[in-house]
Write a protein that binds this ligand. Sequence first.
Ligand code: MN
Length: 235
Amino acid sequence: MSDSSHFVFPPAAVVSVPVVGTTARFPVQRVYCVGRNYEEHAKEMGFTGREAPFFFLKPANALLPVADGATARMPYPSLTKDLHHEVELVVAIGLGGKNIPASEADHHIFGYAVGLDMTRRDLQNDMKKQGRPWSIGKAFDNSAPIGPITPASLAGATAQAEIALDVNGSARQRSDTSKLIWSVPEIIEHLSAAWELRAGDLIYTGTPQGVAAVVPGDTMLATIAGLVPLRVQVV
Ligand code: MN
């Protein structure tokens, strides 16, 4: 079925992310994101107490994959005056499944990466107020920068790792992945009850406190102990 005359126009290339230790890349299916998954961030967004986990999605072609050592250029998006950074631990699913119990979740994880859930906060807030979907605030082009994926066997202890974001060398976000309200195995249990997960799915697991605006010219350095850092300049 390699005959491209099968399609009315050439299909887009598969979106993929570099993988540490190999030239082979991770082919992406879907990009799930968890909302409000650190207590201090939930508070800064005006919420308290443990909620059931909730999810939104970004299209795979909203990813901005960044090679080790590179600084990606992210165009400042249209329509917003309040573009926010959200540094997040990203889980890469290597084995699909549905109704995966938390105790089995590790078998489904290919690896981990550092990601940014870039957010047009003003548009997201407008949609929230009106009870409308967040897509325009969350799922825009280049809204999901991601660094190389480190295979789980090579990653550090991602369940307890410092997670941080600096802008132009100044600290903005500082926390630890042990403060996730819903842990990675619990997220996979909940997600796989709602969707049949597929190899190639990515999960952005939520951001800690300290989200704030960036403007053109700013350079973000996103880090998680044990993973490859992610550098993105807004242009
Ligand atoms: Mn987020």
